[in-house]
Design a protein around this ligand. Structure first.
Ligand code: ZN
Length: 332
C-alpha cells in the first residue's frame, strides 16, 4: 500500500477516535513508538529506523505496515477509556487490536515539510539559574547526573537561563525539528531501569512530535470538542513541549495512569534523573493544562534538583516551571 495512504489511515484512525485528554498521542509520536509493556528500548520496539528515514539531518516519518498493529494496540486502550459514550467507537479489545479500522474517509495527509533546521547551531547547555545547587544533586561523576540540554541559537525560541520554554505564552518555530534529545532519552533509560529494579514498568509512549503532527492533532480535537475545551488538553501547533524534543509521555497516556505505583514513583523520583512533572495536579490555571501524570520534561539534574529543593522549601510539591521562573502560560 502506498505509504501516504497508510500514514493517512493511521492518523485518521488515531485522531478521529482518540480523546486522550491531553496534548499527547503516543502513537502519533514522530520519533519513537514503543509497544505497551516494553521495559527496554531494544525489545518489542518499533524502532526509529523502521519509522524514519533520516536524510541530511531531516527526519521523514514513514509508517510501515508493521506499526499499525502496535499503534492501534496502544491507542486501543486510550480510545476505550475516553471516547464519549454517545459516540461508541469500534473499540477493539486489547486481544484483538487488528479489529480496529479507520471509520471515516481519508483526509489530506499532513506531510512533514522540508525543514530549514541546522543542528550545528546547538551548543552545550550550561547549568540553569543562579540558585544554589542542592548538596545532594549529582555531579558529573555520578550515575544519575544529567547535563543541561543543548541550547539552540535559533530566533524565536524562548530561553530563560538557558532553559527552553514551550508553553501557551511561548511557542517554537514551525520548522524547529530537533527530534528527541539524546541526553533526555539516556536519562529516561536510567529512570526506567531503576524503576524496573523495584518492580515497576515505566515505558516511553511518546517523545518528539513535529509542528505538522501537532497541527493535525490539535485541529482534530478542535473539530470534535471545540477550541475552548481542546485548549485545556491539547497544545496549539508550535506550543507543544513535545516539539522541543525534551518531553516524554510514559505508559498509559490518560487519567487511568493516575495513582498507579508507576505514577507515584515517577512523581517522587523523576527529578533524580533531570526531569520534572510538567503539568502537576491543581496547577491548570498556571500551566494552562489539566493534570498530566504521564508527561515529564527534561531539564538536567542541576535544575531539576533546584526546582525540587525550592518546592520542598515552599511546601509545594507541585511547583511548576512557570512559577519557578515567574512566567505565565496563556495564549496572548
Ligand atoms: Zn505529553
Amino acid at each position: 500500500m502506498n505509504k501516504k495512504i497508510v500514514f493517512a489511515l493511521l492518523l485518521t484512525a488515531l485522531c478521529s477516535l482518540s480523546a486522550c485528554g491531553n496534548d499527547d498521542i503516543g502513537s502519533l509520536d514522530d520519533s519513537v513508538i514503543v509497544k505497551q509493556g516494553t521495559l527496554n528500548d531494544d525489545t518489542e520496539d518499533v524502532s526509529d529506523e523502521n519509522l524514519q528515514t533520516k536524510v541530511s539531518g531531516y527526519v521523514v516519518t514513514e509508517v510501515p505496515t508493521t506499526t499499525v498493529t502496535s499503534a492501534t494496540d496502544e491507542l486501543g486502550n486510550i480510545i476505550a477509556e475516553t471516547v464519549p459514550v454517545e459516540q461508541p467507537p469500534e473499540t477493539p479489545s486489547p486481544e484483538t487490536p487488528e479489529a480496529e479500522t479507520p471509520a471515516k474517509a481519508v483526509p489530506e495527509t499532513p506531510e512533514p515539510s522540508v525543514i530549514d533546521y541546522t543542528p550545528s547551531t546547538a551548543t552545550p547547555g550550561t547549568p540553569a539559574s543562579t540558585a544554589v545547587l542542592p548538596a545532594d544533586a549529582p555531579t558529573e561523576s555520578d550515575y544519575n547526573y544529567g547535563p543541561a540540554p543543548m541550547v539552540y541559537d535559533i530566533p524565536g525560541i524562548k530561553y530563560i537561563d538557558n532553559v527552553l520554554i514551550a508553553n501557551k505564552s511561548y511557542s517554537l518555530p514551525a520548522d524547529f525539528y530537533p527530534d528527541l534529545d539524546q541526553t533526555c532519552l539516556n536519562q529516561f533509560y536510567k529512570l526506567q531501569n531503576d524503576a524496573s529494579a523495584v518492580g515497576l514498568n515505566i515505558y516511553l509512549s511518546s517523545g518528539f512530535r513535529s509542528y505538522e503532527t501537532q497541527d493535525y492533532i490539535y485541529n482534530d480535537y478542535v473539530a470534535r470538542d471545540g477550541q475552548e475545551k481542546a485548549d485545556t488538553y491539547s497544545a496549539r501547533p508550535g506550543h507543544s513541549e513535545h516539539q522541543s524534543g525534551l518531553a516524554i509521555d510514559v505508559n498509559q497516556i490518560d487519567d487511568t495512569f493516575i495513582g498507579t505505583p508507576e505514577a507515584i514513583w515517577l512523581e517522587a523520583h523523576c527529578y533524580e534523573y533531570g526531569f520534572i512533572l510538567r503539568y502537576p495536579q491543581s496547577k491548570q490555571d498556571i500551566t494552562g493544562y489539566k493534570y498530566e501524570s504521564w508527561h515529564i520534561r527534561y531539564v538536567g539534574t542541576d535544575l531539576s534538583y533546584k526546582i525540587h529543593s525550592k518546592a520542598v522549601e515552599m511546601g509545594d510539591p507541585y511547583l511548576t516551571l512557570e512559577e519557578y521562573f515567574g512566567i505565565d502560560s496563556y495564549y496572548h
